[in-house]
Design a protein around this ligand. Sequence first.
Ligand code: TXA
Ligand code: MG
Length: 339
Amino acid sequence: MKPSDFYGAVQLLREGQLVAFPTETVYGLGGNALDETAAKRIYEAKGRPSDNPLIVHISDMKDLEVLTKEVSSIGRQLAEKFWPGPLTLIFKKSDEVPYGTTGGLETVAIRMPSDPIANMLIRETGSYIAAPSANSSGRPSTTKAEHVIEDLSGKIAMIIDGGAADIGLESTIVDVSGDVPVILRPGFITKEDLLSVIGEIDYDPAILKRSIDNNMVAKAPGMKYKHYAPKGDLIIYEGEMDAVIMAINKAADEHRRTKEKIGIIATDETITKYNYGVVKSIGTRSNEKTIAAHLFSILREFDELDVNFIFSESFQDNNLGQAIMNRLLKASGYHIINV
Ligand code: TXA
Ligand code: MG
């Protein structure tokens, strides 16, 4: 990227325009967080319901005092340990933060990204940047500039290309506005990581669900919407590895006659075991980071191929695997088959 582009982006943000930029988690669709018109533009560009609040990105610990009414000691401990990094914290908002940014809520989500481009962009703009993931509402989050172009080209002023996002899944969200902190969205920073700093933490029950339950309302408004959905029907197979492979092969084979296009999400360990369909490895089970990094891009690759069905292996539901399974389950509409 030429320096002139970078300062062009700074200028556009100052004018209330939208700029997509890389972060260590996924690409963000940025606008000035204190400008309600910019927030409106963000909702429009994404096609996102405006009751779904935006995360405010900061570059300095001092920014917390400006944007929040109070910072609990737990909130401060977590910020000091994990910022800059893939953790979003929810605080009671100050009057500085417009309701247009928080979707009408009295709380505000704040994150200090570690990506150097993101960090410098916030710093140079001299404000705070509201940024949801830079995808069209409902589609997989974007982990490369090409994905952002697919979804938002023509709808925003600029896209900064910073290469592939390191982590590939959105930040962990923890609500620290109440007495006991609550994980609202699992991410790269795991429950175990958080418990190394603080004594107790709860899960929003909606995270742990394994099937659609319409009575369960997620506390992060965005978690209630259908999400990350690929165009084809995604079905997850869970069980002993050999049984999973057999079941996926059987399901794929049943579509051989109908000539429907099949995609299979395998791993480095299993990729040679499938007989029919487009088989892609999402990464290696010996390093879950590789799986997290490719999850959204593999869903988009299958969209490009216009597959009718995607059959996926499942992953261990702990540590980083919890965030991976959370996104995969949502992408499938909780379509999981136990074998
Ligand atoms: O990694 C990330 O968090 C990325 C990068 C760009 O920073 N951003 C991101 O934003 O994932 P978004 O808008 O796609 O997801 C933000 C989530 C939504 O589910 C939203 O409902 C929730 O955070 N959220 C935002 N403010 C909230 C609040 N005050 N209370 C509860 N949930 C909130
Ligand atoms: Mg999002």
